[in-house]
Design a protein. Structure first.
Lengths: 126, 413
């Protein structure tokens, strides 16, 4: 065999492995269901928008990192800001989260089975 | 070997694409122009590196092809069961996140605002390559691109070791290939979508190129370029590059040789410097050093914790390699020979990695738990390669006991 057989073998294996792996992408895991849940808020998370703040359930530290991963190249600040992405448990949300939401104007809110996703701002900001 | 040069070319292509794409982002070049520039730069590289030397017409025998196919099929099959969609935390929260930023020519610098929970100081060889191919595939981040890329690297490493050793000993080459193709820890780390395996690939390429530099001066350029790519892949790459250069000082910086080395280092090191000094935030480990460092160095409990964690990882994930290296070192002592320079270099890299933990500002237990196995994984391919080369019969220092491992074919007239 000629030496370029090595490259042919590599390419073939990459193609086969990628096709096989593509079948796995249909499976849902925490990040993919989070991405689906937050999808309706994407227009508010546009990179040209002002700094987006973040407030999430204190017991679920992954939420900020998930939101950043899904929203990139937008920047999501770890602290609340004028416009804030709030992610709460749909039921049994932390009392601090509920208090925070009572003083905010909700621009958009969606829910899935596990979380409620909201874009909020100051009440007099509209 | 000509077949090895094809795999080295993959490494060179990754280094070239990632550096040139990052430069094109800085220069605000439209993607079509940066893609064209990268495409055009491949041509002179192929002309330069693709030129065969006299007497290097290689043909891979049918038996070797059979083993190669078997190894590749086993690895592909195992990866299907091992690979996950997003990989562990660092994969999506750091590496793929940075790749998503770098896809955007307008907003890629938002990446450096993420100072909490991410590492904007990490070099960009991996995210930059994934970003380039994502844009080439339509501009959207697609999870199949990092998967395909990491699979390519994970498969290229054992194949490179195989192509480097099969002419010397098909038994050693085949064993090394099959051991790696069935090693679940290696495959798991490879498919974790982090930069450790890419770093280990560049280090292996640097070592393979260095092995051949006497026959072909272009390999000195390549070796230096691959070390530059190590720096451009992970912060640990700087440590590896410094140690590699110390151990190969004469080869890199000897008379008439330095020009080749500097030519190789130039592009990746310049791009790394632009990134580090122009864009990246301070490294948390470096920034935290100060008066407390001396206290950390004096704390003997830290050494004990690091040693225990090292031994646990060694026994858990690298038991076979551990015994091979120990037996080799023991034989060197009995035969009163100096151990192979490459083994000493790998041990020196490991020791330096362990010493860095001593001054870690993070919780040491957590730090060791989350990263030591990955650091050891970075050195695994070069250790496997060095052992395979020695057993297959390349080292003068091991001639006393290498004969029994040299293939029958090699000993025939």
């Amino acid at each position: 065999m000629k030496p370029y057989f090595v490259i042919i073998l590599l390419v073939l294996c990459v193609v086969v492995a990628t096709i096989l792996h593509a079948t796995k992408l249909q499976q849902t895991d925490e990040i993919s269901s989070f991405a689906k849940g937050i999808a309706p808020l994407q227009p508010y998370l546009h990179p040209n928008a002002t700094t987006i703040g973040f407030k999430g359930e204190p017991s679920k530290s992954e939420l900020l990192s998930w939101a950043r991963f899904i929203a990139a190249p937008s920047y999501i600040s770890p602290e609340p800001a004028d416009t804030t992405l709030v992610i709460q448990y749909r039921s049994n949300s932390d009392p601090d989260m509920l208090n925070y939401m009572t003083s905010k104007l909700i621009l958009k809110q969606v829910s899935d089975t596990q979380y409620t996703y909201s874009i909020v701002t100051r009440p007099n900001a509209k | 070997m000509q077949s090895s040069k094809y795999i080295l070319s993959i490494g060179a292509a990754i280094g070239g694409i990632s550096t040139l794409y990052f430069l094109s982002l800085i220069a605000h070049l439209p993607f079509i122009i940066s893609a064209a520039l990268i495409g055009i730069s491949i041509y002179p590289f192929i002309r330069w590196f693709g030129k065969q030397l006299l007497g290097t017409n290689e043909r891979i025998g049918n038996f070797a092809v059979g083993i190669l196919i078997a190894g590749a099929v086993i690895l592909t099959n195992k990866v299907y069961y091992i690979a996950t969609i997003y990989g562990p935390w660092d994969a999506w929260a750091i590496w793929n996140l940075n790749a998503k930023y770098l896809i955007s020519s307008e907003h890629w610098q938002n990446m450096f605002m993420n100072t909490k929970f991410t590492h904007p100081d990490y070099p960009l060889a991996l995210p930059s390559t994934i970003a380039f191919f994502s844009r080439l595939a339509g501009g959207q981040f697609n999870l199949l691109i990092p998967f395909a890329f990491h699979f390519l690297i994970t498969l290229s490493i054992p194949i490179l070791i195989f192509t480097e050793t099969y002419k010397r000993s098909i038994i050693v080459a085949g064993t090394a290939l099959l051991l790696m193709a069935t090693n679940e820890f290696y495959l798991l780390q490879g498919m974790h979508q982090m930069a450790d395996t890419l770093l280990s690939f560049f280090l292996l390429c640097a070592m393979v190129s260095m092995q051949q530099h006497k026959d072909d001066p272009r390999m000195l350029v390549m070796s230096a370029a691959f070390l530059g790519c190590c720096m451009w892949t992970k912060n640990e790459g700087v440590i590896l590059t410094i140690i590699f250069c110390i151990f190969h000082y004469k080869e890199f910086f000897g008379k008439y040789r330095a020009k080749y080395s500097f030519a190789g280092f130039a592009l990746p090191v310049v791009v790394w410097a632009i990134f580090k000094f122009g864009y990246a935030t301070d490294n948390d480990m470096v920034a935290a050093q100060g008066q407390e460092t001396l206290e950390l160095l004096k704390d003997t409990a830290r050494y004990k914790l690091i040693y225990d964690s090292f031994i646990t990882n060694l026994n858990e994930h690298f038991n076979g390699l551990k015994w091979c290296v120990l037996v080799y070192l023991l034989l060197c002592i009995i035969l009163r020979r100096t151990p192979d320079k490459r083994i000493l270099m790998i041990l020196c890299c490991m020791l330096t990695y362990l010493l860095v933990y001593v001054v870690s500002p993070n919780n040491l237990e957590w730090h060791l738990f989350t990263s030591l196995s990955r650091l050891m994984h970075q050195l695994m391919p070069v250790t496997m390669y060095t052992l395979a080369m020695m057993l297959a019969g390349d080292s003068k220092t091991t001639s006393g006991f290498q004969a029994r491992f040299v293939s029958i074919r090699q000993r025939l007239p």
